[in-house]
Design a binder for this molecule. Sequence first.
Ligand SMILES: [Zn+2]
Length: 148
Amino acid sequence: MKLLCDEMLKGLARWLRTSGYDVAMEPDGRPDRQLVARALAEGRVLLTRDRFLLQIRDAMRVTVLLEGNGVESCAREITRKLDIDWLLNPFTRCSLCNSPLIEAEPSPQWPPDIRKAYRCPCCNKFYWQGGHVERMRQKLECWQTEFR
Ligand SMILES: [Zn+2]
């Protein structure tokens, strides 16, 4: 399942990418019509909290309307509505730009206890096992048990 989030759902999009889902976003300010067209063209489910968007032709076919406020409640809602698996394939995609991560060449600049890391080939962000990733993984595990 491929997804497309509107600009109000950036936080949710990052968590879904962290779980391994392919989640596209359009640059801010794009007309809703363009979001619907992209979802149709690429076979993506469009997530939005904007009910006016449903008035656009064909929007009903691709859109899931979220009622929750904030990341956690939206996460809970799509778990039910779309059967989201929060442990699908964690930490395989860049949470910022959605690109699949590649294994990074070890570098002397890494913190001393890091042996393996991943890099985004697009925006060059590094991901390694550390406190931050561990906390994110715990959150995904928590959502997986609580919401499903
Ligand atoms: Zn990236």
